[in-house]
Design a protein around this ligand. Structure first.
Ligand code: GAL
Length: 720
């Protein structure tokens, strides 16, 4: 029989036990930090009570770049003692930002990252069964929201995955499954290998396994091409199983031809008199010779590297014919150089940013390595041009004259800018309208004009201006109108636009006050629409699929919605990098969706470490052409049924780009005609699969779990 009753504790928290679990919905709370705050006997009777369903900001606490503690007083009934292991599990849910958890004074776990659930196995010997226990949670908050926010914490009996971990990795041409167990147990490992392109099962194998307490076991299989490994461990004692899936990276796109091929945008805009910095993006064997017909006075092309430089005084649209020649052949492309006020960022920015890989460990050396690889690995031949330094370049003090200076990791910003420009690449920088940045470095507050001038002198072409430290100014004003969100961005706009160069103005304030409705009014070229992305499906799904559907009316040439930087390749937000935790299918989805959304395409991994899979993901000219389409229309979501979403955008050539995404946990067979009809496309003259670069039939296609079919459709009524 299931038990269900309520405990009422001295501190006033109500706890309920139902179906062998306890839920806790509030706790004693204090900002600050103390060595004895973890201990069961610490007197917290003077602390206030906060609930777990709202973060502490929403409960009236402001506590940036600082610690705070929650103390949960809980009677843990012996019914929760797991007969198999004698242990119990603390399932706290996500905590914003970083946390350490103690049970009766002993540390049981710690996790960094605001949206990561916390679930810790606590040894039974730490628990005072049927008596009051104290779970003390020490939280560090960067800026903004902090603490528990997602509802109840739970105390539950362990399940198999709390005691046995199964992880899969690809190593030396093999797929390895490692099982590690906290207890003595035995069971069976089953591995199913599936061809991802056809969804046919290639093989199924089983193996018995015995695990000692605290031991590991590793099994391995040769890694085949285009193969998905589904590994299931069935445990005899628990009678439960855990499954992990590893899909090996698979390349859908055929290699680029050796002959020259133009992969860049069809248009580039510059203000009158501003430096033109543009590299003609042709793939194909090098060396290559470049020629341009129709160049206006003041601009020339370097015939050896295809870099356009100079400036144009006269407003106008200049149609150009671009030509590239190598040993294998020659090709031409039509292009328009647009000169006018208000004419920059006519297509979304493509480039690199240091944050998702290096975070605060960024240095000039690392930036240069990525820039060099952008040239040498050929990403510049696909239109990637911005090299953006994120936070952590700033020295702790300004110079005597008040100007901002880089720290010792950036010996010469101007030299870096000059070198990038001579190669047709552009330099980006980061700051905050507040006194401090998110990473705790110097911000721009009170030095707006001076900083804009300094950046001009260094040759900065992109500014990411991140709210962070400005939260204090905002809070002190006691003015919560939209105008108070606009003010700091308006101020920087004035000084930025006074500079005699074009600086892409990127707002970063996580979408507050519906920035997309007023970003254009501060002449922003893009605005972040959400908080930070991370390399998990949960994050990609939330930011890409849940938060973007309503935003399509606000994007267009010159001003773009920015759902944050790419999490492909090696990421890690530190000096220690790892492969993106997104599966290959999730990565195809990520790039497809960002192309459809006309989003900023800022690569978040070190380019010098890019593998073939990631290169192909980032350098498919037909996919990138959707992102860079000159109409600049962001995709709408036309349908969301049974986990299948259809997003589509019209392109300048009269065709439609359509993404059919499978958000389910299993592959789904999708009828293409049916999916396209959801986007209002009924008469079809032709369909091209953009990842495979192949014309395809209007048939049925299997879309893998979390994967996509990205197509370009020619409607029968609009044949060109
Ligand atoms: C965050 C921002 C990140 C990164 C970081 C630097 O607020 O969203 O993209 O710039 O600050 O400290």
């Amino acid at each position: 029989m299931k038990k269900s009753f309520v405990f009422l504790l001295a501190c006033g928290m109500s706890l309920s036990l139902a179906a062998q679990s306890i839920t806790v919905s509030e706790a004693r709370f204090s900002v600050g930090d103390g060595p004895s705050w973890k201990d069961a006997g610490f007197d917290d009777s003077g602390w206030r009570i906060l609930s777990f369903d709202k973060d502490w900001t929403e409960q009236g606490i402001s506590n940036d770049n600082a610690f705070a503690w929650y103390r949960l007083h809980v009677v843990i009934p012996s019914e929760l003692k797991d007969p198999l292991t004698g242990n119990v599990v603390l399932d706290l849910g996500p905590v914003d930002d970083n946390e350490e958890t103690f049970l009766n004074g002993v540390k049981v776990g710690a996790t960094n990252g605001w949206n990561v659930p916390r679930r810790y196995l606590a040894a039974g010997k730490l628990v005072k069964w049927d008596k009051e226990n104290v779970i003390a949670v020490r939280v560090y908050n960067g800026t903004g929201k902090g603490g528990f926010f997602a509802g109840d914490a739970c105390i539950v009996k362990p399940v198999l995955s709390d005691c046995v971990a199964l992880s899969l990795a690809q190593k030396d041409g093999k797929v390895e499954a490692t099982l590690s167990s906290a207890l003595k147990t035995k069971g069976t490992v089953e591995v199913v290998q599936t061809d991802v392109l056809t969804e046919t099962i290639l093989s199924t194998q089983e193996q018995k396994i015995n695990l000692k307490a605290g031991s590991d076991a590793t099994l391995s299989w040769p890694a085949g091409e285009n193969t998905r490994f589904t590994v299931t461990y069935k445990d005899d004692n628990f009678g439960e199983s855990i499954t992990e899936i590893k899909c090996l990276p698979y390349i859908l796109t055929p290699p680029a031809p050796a002959t020259p091929r133009y992969n860049g945008p069809a248009v580039f805009g510059v203000r009158p008199g501003s430096p033109v910095i543009f590299r003609l993006a042709f793939s194909g064997d090098k060396p290559m010779k470049y020629e341009v017909e129709g160049l206006p006075e003041g601009v020339s092309v370097n015939p050896d590297n295809g870099v356009l430089s100079g400036s144009v005084a006269k407003k106008g649209e200049y149609p150009l014919s671009l030509k590239a020649t190598n040993a294998k052949g020659s090709t031409t492309a039509s292009f328009t150089l647009v000169v006018g006020e208000d004419k920059i960022a006519l297509t979304p920015p493509m480039g690199w940013n240091s944050w998702n890989c290096w975070a605060t460990s960024v240095s000039q050396e690392k930036v240069t390595a990525s820039a060099l690889a952008m040239l040498n690995r050929g990403l510049a031949d696909y239109g990637y041009s911005y090299i953006n330094i994120d936070d952590a370049w700033e020295a702790p003090e300004r110079a005597a004259d008040g100007s901002i200076v880089p720290n010792e990791k950036f010996p010469d910003m101007k030299a870096l800018g000059d070198w990038l420009h001579s190669n047709g690449l552009r330099l980006g920088i980061y700051s905050s309208p507040g006194d401090m940045t998110c990473g705790g470095y110097l911000g721009t507050l009170g030095h707006e004009e001076q900083d804009a001038r300094t950046w001009n002198e260094w040759g900065i072409d992109y500014l990411k201006y991140d709210w962070c430290g400005y939260a204090k100014v905002y809070a002190a004003q006691n003015d919560h109108s939209v105008a108070s969100y606009i003010r700091p961005y308006l101020k920087m706009e004035e000084y930025l636009r006074q500079q005699p160069r074009d600086i892409f103005y990127s707002l970063c304030q996580y979408g507050m006050a519906e920035v997309w409705t007023w970003g254009h009014a501060v002449d922003a070229n893009s605005w972040r629409t959400t908080g930070d992305i991370t390399d998990t499906w949960a994050s990609l799904k939330e930011i890409g699929f849940d938060r973007q559907p309503e935003l399509y009316p606000y994007a267009g040439p010159g001003h773009w919605n920015d759902p944050d930087m790419l999490v492909v390749g090696k990421v890690g937000w530190s000096a220690n990098l790892r492969d993106s935790r997104l599966t290959p299918d999730e990565q195809y989805t990520h790039i497809s969706l960002w192309a459809l959304l006309a989003a900023n395409m800022l690569i978040g991994c070190p380019i010098e470490q890019i593998d073939d899979f990631t290169f192909n993901l980032l350098c498919n000219n037909e996919v990138n052409a959707v992102n860079q389409d000159v109409l600049g229309k962001q995709a709408r979501r036309y349908s969301d049924e049974d986990g299948i979403q259809v997003w589509a955008r019209p392109l300048a050539d009269g065709t439609m780009a359509v993404g059919i995404f499978n958000l389910n946990e299993t592959p789904v067979n999708v009828d293409l005609a049916d999916a396209l009809s959801k986007a209002g496309i009924h008469k079809i003259a032709g369909v091209r699969d953009l990842w495979r670069q192949q014309d395809i039939e209007v048939g049925s296609y299997i879309i893998p779990s979390h994967g996509v079919r990205l197509v370009k459709v020619q409607k029968a009524c609009c044949r060109h």
